[in-house]
Design a protein around this ligand. Sequence first.
Ligand code: GTP
Ligand code: NA
Ligand code: MG
Length: 277
Amino acid sequence: DEPEDLKPRSAVVTIMGHVDHGKTSLLDYIRTENVVAGEAGGITQHIGAYEVTLENGREMTFLDTPGHEAFTAMRARGAQVTDLVILVVAADDRVMPQTIEAINHAQAAEVPIIVAINKIDREQANPDKIMSELAEQGVQVEQYGGKIQCELVSALKGTNVDSLLEKVLIESDLMELQANPDRNAVGTVIEAQLDKGRGVVATILVQNGTLKVGDVFVGGMTSGRVRAMFDERDQRVQEAGPSTPVQVLGFNDAPEVGDRLVVLDDEREAREIASKR
Ligand code: GTP
Ligand code: NA
Ligand code: MG
């Protein structure tokens, strides 16, 4: 076989951390700051994955999985969807059970962590205490003599969020992430719902290849053909390349979170594979 023609792909980043430490606020700030002018009003909330284009033209995909359960479900299915974890810890709180759980998830998946110590605008903020508690959990940040990048941020005010994203870019550049956009798509189901009018609507993170309208696929126990695709702004798209989240219509049955979607060359093959599962 000829060697594959690999091209750089953007990083897929998951924001994790304890309840109320500011995950959604951080993602909201990143999204609104990096939304193309004029589209701010049209952002939809229902898709749990966002692709953002930064000022310097670089792209990044953020997964807003409904939390640790989805991450656990995906890991149980052997699905590796994230390249990096941003670990959010509130500076006015402490390292909490779900902080530790997030660290464990990231370490088990061998995914690099970048720490965002959030809420530094608060009077009670004590980032030093957070750093020392993180060190006790084996997460040694740079400011503490370790190797893990850490930024002090305020998701509320936007303080240092640019620097945080810069650190994410540095880390992802080191990983030299690549994919082949010219092959049949392979991806993972991030979420799936049954919509009264549209049938099964699944959010797929395309990880390799390019997913196209008309493609025949298997996904977990089910199969289908891509009938239509929409991006995170609900705009209809014809194709989706590596590291792109997309909503897909055309599943015969609802897949499960973490199921792998694989595009095949023809429909008979898809039916045969799905019937054997
Ligand atoms: P869950 O999804 O419920 O786990 O919470 P979360 O981690 O997404 O936290 P969320 O973004 O909902 O923030 C929780 C609360 O903290 C909200 O009231 C936010 O307004 C507040 N908050 C988040 N970031 C900051 C910050 O940087 N500074 C201050 N002062 N408050 C913040
Ligand atoms: Na919250
Ligand atoms: Mg949240």
